[in-house]
Design a protein around this ligand. Structure first.
Ligand code: 8YV
Length: 322
């Protein structure tokens, strides 16, 4: 029997690519060139399944191809806002993601961003590398405290809870959260979280606001000018979720006006475009979407996508069906 054809849209860790080749007629992307909409449309017509990721705009137009051969989109990543899920379902496609395996790595990165922006670590590093450090002095690069401060977590899924645990147990932070889907109190208490019923009260009492909600039409620009206005002037915004949750233009205005103290971002609205109004700012930390970028996490994400494909082709029932 011929093996299912699987188009893999990006380079993946070697172990994952080897497994894909062992199980499927895998069409790998050795050059690691990002797929355009027309590449994706071609793939949907040529393959039984696509192993795609955040750089693939799987829009309703792309999904409108005829004749459609593919039956599954196995996304590499937990977030799937680049896929028009409704259009995919309408075309009879099964869509899967890779939850769980990247929780700890992403939570670690959120804490790294929090520490970087609070303690001005990017600024310090740039100064040393530029040969501009002229010695220790009591008033040099004084930052903000982390221990004992309040962290507001927006969205309380696996990653939000993992960040809360780190902040509360490791740094003695007070942790509050807001989510339209509250978790039970015992679960919240286990991570040291006090759940609030309004985003506004989270914004006004937090020293750090960290975003962990999904990107949906409802959360697009959730952090807009009005939300930024509710934050303390001394507070910092951290985003490891998705760029479009923050209105980047409003963020730049708020930073210019000193309405918040700084921001630390791993994700952007139109990646890899980073707004020019952020690039020159010292009180902003900018990372290139590294949330899950550890070797073992990226292997685990790939293997999870491979398992989803395998289960789908063998039983019709993948593990992480959306
Ligand atoms: C991924 C992420 O590396 O899984 C996610 O949703 O944001 C990252 O950790 C990347 O987006 C691939 O999907």
């Amino acid at each position: 029997m011929s093996r299912p054809v699987v188009v893999v849209t990006r380079r993946l860790p070697d172990t994952v690519e080897r497994e894909l080749q062992a199980r499927f007629d895998a069409r790998l992307n050795r050059e690691d060139r990002a797929f355009s909409e027309s590449d994706l449309a071609d793939a949907l017509m040529e393959a039984d399944g696509l192993l795609c990721t955040v750089t693939d705009p799987v829009s309703s137009e792309v999904l409108g191809v005829r004749p459609l051969r593919a039956r599954i989109l196995a996304n590499f990543g937990v977030g799937y806002n680049h896929i028009d899920l409704k259009a995919a379902h309408q075309r009879g496609l099964v869509v899967t993601n890779t939850p769980g395996v990247l929780t700890e790595a992403t939570a670690d990165l959120a804490m790294a961003l929090l520490l970087m922006v609070a303690r001005r670590l990017g600024e310090g590093e740039r100064e040393v590398r530029a040969g501009a450090w002229n010695g220790w002095r009591p008033t040099h690069l004084m930052g903000a405290d982390v221990s004992g401060r309040t962290l507001g977590i927006v969205g309380l899924g696996r990653i939000g809870q993992a960040v809360a645990r780190r902040a509360h147990r490791g740094f003695g932070m007070r942790v509050v959260s807001y989510t339209p889907h509250p978790v039970d109190n015992a679960t919240a208490a286990a991570s040291g979280i006090t759940q609030l019923d309004a985003l506004g009260s989270l914004l006004s009492q937090s020293d750090y606001v960290s975003l962990h909600c999904r990107a949906t039409p409802e959360t697009r620009h959730l952090i807009n000018a009005a939300a930024l206005d509710r934050m303390k002037c001394s507070a910092f915004l951290i985003n490891t979720a998705r760029g479009d949750i923050v209105d980047e233009a409003a963020l730049i205005v708020a930073l210019d006006a000193g309405r918040i103290a700084g921001a630390a971002l791993d994700v952007y609205d139109r990646e890899p475009l980073v707004p020019a109004g952020l690039l020159h700012r010292q009180n902003v930390v900018l990372l290139p979407h590294l949330g899950s970028a550890t070797e073992s996490t990226r292997v685990a994400m790939g293997m999870r996508a491979v398992e989803n494909l395998t289960a789908f082709f063998e039983t019709g029932r993948p593990i992480d069906i959306l």
